[in-house]
Design a protein around this ligand. Structure first.
Ligand code: SAH
Length: 279
């Protein structure tokens, strides 16, 4: 995908000038899609900070731009747009890169997890711009990992991730995936669990879980992980309160083996069956 035949991002050279950077049309632009992590600047990957530092323009949803440490935005062109402007934002970022700019397009968490990396790649292809710019994705810590860390270790065995947002996915598909993941005994992580418009979806997902899981199965909810207002709640499935969740909450429903250990949520990998773990 990147012209010149290089296969990936070299650590420490992510966005620095490269040989062959100039084309006969002028400076070769670059679009770097960056995951900012859950919010705390300490969880912004050094490679992401470096890519932001070398960008001339930073584009993203206004709330995500707010997650960028201000010193990394100093002297840069900033294009902050509203939540529903994803396609317009992406097009503007691609056009700026096609014109020779170094553009950083930011998402929270990991940009490839319900983030802008997919749309950017889709539009890079659809707009026929792949040969006109460099394109990179820099990973970030996704909310599912940030939340899991705060809950304990709920994802240590197989897990599935489903978004409850039906903005781009038909509700029937969401329901089918929830049911299949629960039936297969995956630990289930839920993104976008609740909004004002979709206030009943999490309740429905928990009710569905009740048909596949013991009522005592731990359910963890983390609101604002690694951001101001962080709240962590673990309750048995039968007592899980969907009203606690909002759009900045990540929900983890345990599998048949998930339990509490030392007050945290644990899905054991199976070591206890093979080894003696007592002191
Ligand atoms: N690219 C992001 C996901 C964006 S979708 C990632 O990799 O995590 C937005 C959803 O992510 C929210 O509805 C919420 O479910 C979850 N989320 C994002 N940041 C979060 C945080 N700090 N705490 C809890 N959930 C978060």
């Amino acid at each position: 995908m990147r012209s010149g035949g290089d296969t990936g991002l070299e650590r420490g050279q992510a966005c620095g000038p490269q040989d062959g950077d100039e084309t006969r049309h002028g400076r070769r632009g670059r679009l770097t899609v960056i995951g900012l992590g859950p919010g705390d600047a300490a969880l912004l990957a050094p490679l992401a900070a470096e890519a932001l530092g070398t960008a001339g323009m930073v584009a993203g949803y206004a709330t995500y731009i707010d997650l960028v440490p201000p010193e990394l935005l100093a002297g840069k062109e900033v294009m902050a747009t509203g939540m529903t402007g994803e396609v317009a934002r992406c097009r503007a970022a691609l056009e700026a890169a096609a014109a020779g700019k170094r553009v950083a397009l930011v998402s929270s968490g990991d940009a490839g997890v319900y983030g802008m990396a997919g749309l950017a790649l889709e539009m890079l292809d659809a707009m026929g711009l792949a040969d006109r710019m460099d394109f990179d994705v820099v990973p970030g810590i996704p909310a599912v990992c940030a939340a899991a860390a705060l809950l304990g270790a709920p994802l240590t065995h197989d897990f599935a991730v489903v978004s409850l947002s039906d903005l781009l996915t038909p509700l029937e598909v969401i329901r089918r995936r929830l049911d299949a993941a629960l039936a297969a005994d995956f630990v289930l992580a839920l993104y976008n669990p609740r909004s004002r418009r979709r206030s009943g979806y999490l309740e429905e997902a928990l009710a569905l879980a009740g048909r596949h899981r013991d009522p005592q199965t731990p359910v963890g909810m983390v609101k604002n992980a690694f951001r101001p207002g962080q709240e962590i709640r673990v309750s048995p499935l039968a007592g899980a309160d969907p009203a606690f969740a909002d759009m900045l909450t990540l929900v983890v429903i345990g599998n048949a083996a998930t339990r509490l250990a030392a007050g945290r949520m644990l899905t054991p990998r199976g070591y206890a069956e093979k080894y003696t773990l007592e002191g």
